[in-house]
Write a protein that binds this ligand. Structure first.
Ligand SMILES: *[C@@H]1O[C@H](CO)[C@@H](O)[C@H](O)[C@H]1NC(C)=O
Ligand SMILES: *[C@@H]1O[C@H](CO)[C@@H](O)[C@H](O)[C@H]1NC(C)=O
Ligand SMILES: *[C@@H]1O[C@H](CO)[C@@H](O)[C@H](O)[C@H]1NC(C)=O
Ligand SMILES: *[C@@H]1O[C@H](CO)[C@@H](O)[C@H](O)[C@H]1NC(C)=O
Length: 327
């Protein structure tokens, strides 16, 4: 039933279209080939206007390339260098009375330049802050068919379209808000101005791409935990390492509980090193701190002394017993 219903709707739509074009053709029996002209500014164009009915003359009216009235059934409007952006060519036919059809025409101009820049900001960006990128497209027409595409590396991240119907070339600006994070350091942004002129337009659509804009992102240090492995001290000096990722490169220091931090990525641990210490990674953006608890074990000198004393006591005891028994 439903299918039937849609079938009916479809049929009536189709018949309406047929009816419409039918009456249109009855009104003025002219055809364009191509049906719509898409011309590069300053480029060539040629469009045929033809009829299949008996007539008293057909012709083209246009500010450039007009074709005088002719008895032929096909006449061609031709311009080798189209520069009139407001051109409105039409084809007419003389029957009982005259009728005419205007040619749909789009004259496009690819941008002279496309450039990308940051707005209100110079130099490195800081992770988590918001910044504005700007794309300037100079001298492009018609802006109605313009799409500005934003790429981060190879990824399309956003696009901007324009609704202005002005025919003359204009300058347009598109903006993109970004909030870079630490992984975006060194990433390249670019913008691309594309004119999508429809089926009659050039394929692929003409486009102009900006030079890439590399961004530098400053981010606070994060100490790489896995590198701070647990420490086993065996009576010998051990070197521990503290590494951190940050931009700019962090300064690494060790706090040993004294007033003098040790500025080094590595720290040599001896028996006199306090058990509680921390690594500090610092740059202009922030600071990261990790506490390290040393586990001292094994043959420390105290342990050896203890064993020596214990053995000595045992030996003296034994000696005393044996001595008493003998004498
Ligand atoms: C216009 O007509 C001429 C002459 O018949 C033909 O050679 C040409 O291919 C036609 N152009 C188009 C766009 O159909
Ligand atoms: C894309 O841009 C539009 C307007 O310019 C904005 O509303 C939208 O949030 C943006 N989308 C993304 C994913 O940035
Ligand atoms: C577009 O910008 C350029 C350079 O800034 C300028 O010379 C030109 O006049 C501008 N065009 C329009 C239509 O504003
Ligand atoms: C961290 O860095 C800032 C600026 O770079 C400096 O003023 C501060 O003293 C540093 N702090 C430490 C603990 O190194």
């Amino acid at each position: 039933m439903l299918q039937h219903f849609f079938g009916l709707v479809y049929l009536s739509t189709v018949s309406q279209i047929v009816l419409f074009t039918g009456t249109h053709a009855d009104e003025c029996p002219l055809q364009f080939n191509p049906q719509r002209a898409v011309v590069r500014y300053g480029g060539p164009v040629s469009v045929n206007c033809s009829t299949s009915v008996q007539h008293d003359g057909i012709g083209w009216e246009a500010s450039e390339g007009a074709v005088p009235m002719s008895k032929d059934n096909l006449i061609t409007w031709r311009v080798s260098n189209l520069r009139d952006l407001d051109i409105e060519p039409f084809c007419y036919i003389n029957l009982d009375k005259q009728c005419q059809i205007e040619l749909p025409i789009t004259i496009y101009k690819t941008p002279d330049s496309v450039s990308i820049s940051t707005v209100y900001h110079i130099g490195p960006m800081k992770e988590g802050n918001q910044y504005e990128l700007q794309c300037d497209v100079l001298n492009v027409a018609p802006v109605q068919y313009l799409t500005v595409k934003w790429y981060k590396g190879q990824t399309l991240v956003n696009q901007t379209t324009f609704t202005d119907t002005i025919k003359t070339p204009v300058n347009e600006t598109a903006t993109l808000m970004i909030r870079p994070d630490r992984s975006d350091d060194g990433v390249q942004y670019r913008c691309e101005a594309e004119l999508d002129l429809g089926e009659e337009g050039p394929r692929p659509p003409p486009k102009v791409t900006s030079k890439p804009l590399s961004i530098t992102v400053h981010f606070r240090p994060i100490i790489i935990e896995t590198k701070l492995s647990s420490v086993v001290l065996q009576g010998y000096p051990v070197v521990i390492v503290c590494e951190a990722e940050g931009n700019p490169k962090p300064t690494i220091s060790w706090n040993l509980g004294t007033n003098n931090p040790v500025y080094s990525e590595t720290l040599t641990i001896t028996d006199s090193t306090p058990e509680d210490l921390s690594c500090i990674a610092n740059n202009s953006v922030g600071t990261d701190i990790r506490h390290v608890k040393l586990s001292k074990q094994g043959n420390s000198p105290n342990y050896i002394a203890c064993v020596v004393v214990a053995l000595l006591v045992l030996f003296i005891g034994l000696f005393l017993c044996v001595w008493k028994k003998l004498f």
